[in-house]
Design a protein around this ligand. Sequence first.
Ligand SMILES: Cc1cc2nc3c(=O)[nH]c(=O)nc-3n(C[C@H](O)[C@H](O)[C@H](O)COP(=O)(O)O)c2cc1C
Length: 184
Amino acid sequence: MNSSDTTASGKTIDFTNGAVDQRTLRDAFARFPTGVTIITARAEDGKCEGITANSFSTVSLDPPLVLWNLRRDARSRLGFTSASHFTIHILSRDQHRIAKHFATPVVDKFEGLSVEYGLGGCPLLPDYLARFECKTKDIIPVGDHFVWIGEVVRARYNDAEPLIFSGGRFAALAELDKWMCWPL
Ligand SMILES: Cc1cc2nc3c(=O)[nH]c(=O)nc-3n(C[C@H](O)[C@H](O)[C@H](O)COP(=O)(O)O)c2cc1C
């Protein structure tokens, strides 16, 4: 039986016949605004990897767990898979250029960047809003992605505004102070 939502406005994507319209699905997913991270790691062979990712999510406070996911066919996947640790850098509002840089597949994304090295040899970027150094707990293949679960071993944060990604665009929060405060 077909169901239809007569109150709905906008576009509908129907997956019931098995065909996935990936372009439209991406556009629908992109309605969910996120922060932006750069995730780095040092592969077993010593090579540094880094990607821009907005799939980061917190999972648990006790123990402190986070997750993110990586496309199955990403160039950097084998490097991340062989690494014992990864480091999440949550970006602040002015860091859209470095976000684009780490979203572009080039052989060495770290060339010309000044980095230090943290747990597991992960490259640490000098600027960030928050940074989580994590030990890899699990890597789970799910659909066309792999989900990384990490235990946070060290965290640092600054007071600044976040970089936002929404509808395929980078943005800053305009109305941060106007709305109700939610107790953390
Ligand atoms: C804002 C933004 C968020 C992204 N989030 C992810 C993500 O969560 N997972 C992913 O696999 N790719 C994500 N990408 C795409 C990767 O950054 C891009 O494919 C990158 O080239 C992967 O690195 P690699 O080519 O070195 O493997 C994102 C790109 C942008 C611009």
